[in-house]
Design a protein around this ligand. Structure first.
Ligand code: HEM
Length: 375
């Protein structure tokens, strides 16, 4: 695969040439196939419970897999029923706009009269950065798909020589995380400023510091992924280059800087929420944003378990925990709270209705996504 030239061969040819590395890679592929296909001693199913099942190796989904799949599907339907019941029960609260609602619609006159605060203006650069990173992500995706099709030669130059798929695919995934993070930091600070009577002291400086850290994280990760994948970082490949974990490709140092970015984001959000802490119950929209940001930071910690010497099963379990607890749990909670906040600011729904919907949606997210993985 790495030595040949045929259609099955990796492109560009000779990408990995070291005999020991090729042996290690072949051993990993063998182990991956073996752990899914070989039956456990004394059992009639494999180490991965016949997943993904391989009829050629004689294994099919086992009885417990069928039983738990059906039970989980029924459980999901039951929980959906409960959520819909609660939604119906509180539908009067969660109505579009209630009679006597004091929220004012964001009409053209109101929008034209709006003047952003200095803190809100400071968030603009996050959105500009996000737009740029989004374009780069699409370019990386387009380069990746061209590699699949073996269509990488333009005007006599083979782009895959300079930018092999290992680099462009890793960029494609990390860039998504980067522009989404930029939008979230910018949007959360922007909406929270609407609830502030006065900006807490030094917050503007902290936000600009956060942007500086963000730029270092983005630049370091993207350059590191390229250099590390090309083997140019020597023994520092894991610290500065490409760790090789899908979605957490960035080197450990850049991962540490992302942790600082999230920690500073949490501090900024917490300082803004503190000014309105005494208002309302524990489930107002600013508090929802704070809880979600705190959980995003907390769950990111499990991404640090994976080190080159960590057992693959342990490392991959915890790496996957970051992805799933983020995308199937707190990313959704955060996005729902943020969108609800925008809807309130635009005068489309009342605050009570919005926070009630966030509550119900959170029940659904945390009850379905993570529960699926715990089962
Ligand atoms: C023109 C636009 C895009 C193109 C051509 C493109 C292309 C690709 C390609 C070729 C892959 C690799 C698939 C594989 O390895 O099997 C991929 C994976 C992926 N892309 Fe895109 N992409 C585009 C836009 C996006 C956007 C906007 C996002 C997210 C905001 C995104 C998120 C992802 C993710 C998460 C994966 C990994 C999927 C997995 O491993 O299961 N892509 N994309």
């Amino acid at each position: 695969m790495f030595r040949g030239e045929g259609t099955e061969a990796f492109h560009p040819a000779g990408y990995i040439s070291d005999a020991a590395e090729l042996r290690d890679l072949a051993a990993f592929f063998f182990w991956g196939g073996w752990v899914c296909g070989a039956t456990r001693p004394g059992q009639d199913y494999s180490y991965t419970h016949n997943w993904p099942y391989d009829e050629l190796a004689g294994n099919r989904p086992s009885a417990p897999i069928m039983m738990w799949s059906v039970a989980a599907a029924l459980g999901l339907i039951a929980v959906l029923g409960v959520v819909l019941f609660l939604y119906g029960r509180y539908s009067s609260l969660a109505s579009w706009r209630q009679a006597g609602d004091e929220t004012r619609l964001a009409t053209l006159t109101r929008i034209e009269a709006f003047g952003p605060t200095p803190l809100q203006r400071a968030t603009y650069k996050f959105f500009a950065a996000a737009a740029l990173l989004f374009v780069l992500q699409i370019v990386a995706g387009v380069l990746t798909i061209h590699d699949f099709l073996r269509f990488t030669r333009f005007m006599g130059i083979d782009l895959a020589e300079a930018l092999p798929i290992t680099i462009v695919r890793a960029w494609h995934l990390q860039l998504a995380l980067m522009w989404i993070s930029a939008c979230w930091v910018g949007a959360s600070v922007f909406v929270l400023s609407a609830a502030q009577r006065e900006t807490p002291q030094g917050l503007l400086g902290e936000l600009n510091l956060l942007f500086g850290l963000f730029v270092v994280w983005v630049a370091g990760s993207l350059v590191g992924i390229a250099l590390g994948s090309k083997g140019l970082l020597g023994e520092y490949w894991n610290l500065l280059g490409n760790q090789g974990w899908e979605f957490v490709e960035m080197g450990k140092l850049w991962q540490g800087i992302l942790f600082l970015v999230f920690a500073l984001w949490l501090r900024i959000v917490a300082r803004m929420v503190r000014t309105v802490w005494g208002e309302g119950d524990a489930w107002t929209l600013p508090k929802w944003l704070l809880y979600a940001v705190a959980c995003v930071l907390l769950l990111f910690i499990s991404g640090f378990v994976a080190r080159p010497e960590t057992n693959f099963v342990i490392a991959d379990f915890w790496r996957w925990a970051v992805i799933h607890m983020w995308v199937e749990a707190f990313f959704e909670v955060f996005t729902t709270a943020l969108l609800a906040y925008f809807m309130v600011l635009m005068g489309f729904v009342s605050h009570t209705a919005a926070s009630r919907i966030v509550y119900l949606a959170t029940l659904l997210f945390l009850g379905s996504g993570p529960a699926r993985h715990l089962a």
